[in-house]
Design a protein around this ligand. Structure first.
Ligand SMILES: Nc1ncnc2c1ncn2[C@@H]1O[C@H](COP(=O)(O)OP(=O)(O)OP(=O)(O)O)[C@@H](O)[C@H]1O
Length: 240
């Protein structure tokens, strides 16, 4: 088992001895075991590992929707593991974007309204949230489909809307959990290219969970592997 602590010029994230145990009456599940890891600003990290190895658990900790059982998670100098619920909500709203395999769009809302939704929750004035939503849709090449509902869009287009929603507040950290799992290979490459472009343009960190080795090597500047909650491999290089 390895503990990765690559020295960094400009770290965004430092995980120090992070574990996550799901307590159960009969037997507790140890989903992550003593993970230490430093991730740079602008780095594109592919996370691989068999089903149940702890990938989603780690993404949930990074996105602030879950907390570690022990250890610290320093993002931009703040230990988010020690944040209050309000602080975590603010962190998620300002610093993180998340995309999933299932696009999680609201079927009754247009593309624009779906992208606007986080701004509605944040209390952003209408004009400003519309402008942000339109510019995010433009960035993923969907300005001309702004008034369409999800059922009127292809799977790849729906994922681009979900991506626009995740990127509309220009987060420094984008987390993608198998975002191309429901897409054909050409459409998947298109989505991956959007992730790469966003990272390059904003010097944003992207962490991508995938089972696809080829996709991982096209995308990543760094590849990490989990096995049974352990970090077992950490390789720099590759990517565009
Ligand atoms: N809420 C929970 N309660 C109990 N155990 C859980 C919970 N969530 C996840 N686990 C367990 O933690 C371990 C890691 O799960 P996780 O979902 O992180 O794996 P994964 O690598 O993302 O898997 P997959 O590739 O199938 O999505 C698994 O053994 C899983 O059963």
């Amino acid at each position: 088992m390895i503990s990765s602590d690559a020295t960094s010029d400009d770290p965004l994230i430092r995980l120090n001895h992070v574990s996550r145990v799901y307590p159960r009456k009969s037997v507790s599940v140890i989903a992550l075991r003593d993970i230490s890891l430093t991730i740079q600003r602008g780095q594109r990290v592919a996370m691989l590992g068999r089903s149940g190895s702890g990938k989603s658990t780690l993404l949930n900790l990074l996105s602030g929707i879950d907390r570690p059982t022990s250890g610290s998670i320093i993002v931009d100098g703040d230990d988010i593991a020690a944040h209050s619920s309000d602080q975590l909500a603010r962190y998620r709203m300002s610093s993180v974007g998340v995309v999933f395999q299932a696009f999680h769009l609201i079927p009754t809302l247009t593309a624009t309204k779906n992208v606007e939704l986080p701004f509605v929750f944040a209390g952003t004035p209408r004009k400003q949230r519309l402008a942000s939503a339109m510019s995010a849709l433009e960035a993923v090449g969907l300005a001309n489909r702004a008034s369409h509902r999800p059922s009127e869009l292809s799977g790849g287009e729906q994922q681009r809307v979900a991506l626009a929603r995740a990127l509309s507040h220009q987060p420094k950290l984008l987390l993608a959990d198998e975002p191309t799992g429901n897409l054909d290979s050409t459409t998947a490459s298109d989505i991956i290219q959007h992730l790469v472009d966003y990272s390059n343009t904003r010097n944003a960190t992207v962490v991508l969970v995938t089972h696809d080795e080829k996709l991982a090597s096209d995308f990543a500047t760094r590849t990490i592997r989990l096995h049974d909650g352990h970090l077992i491999d950490d390789t720099m290089g590759a990517g565009q």
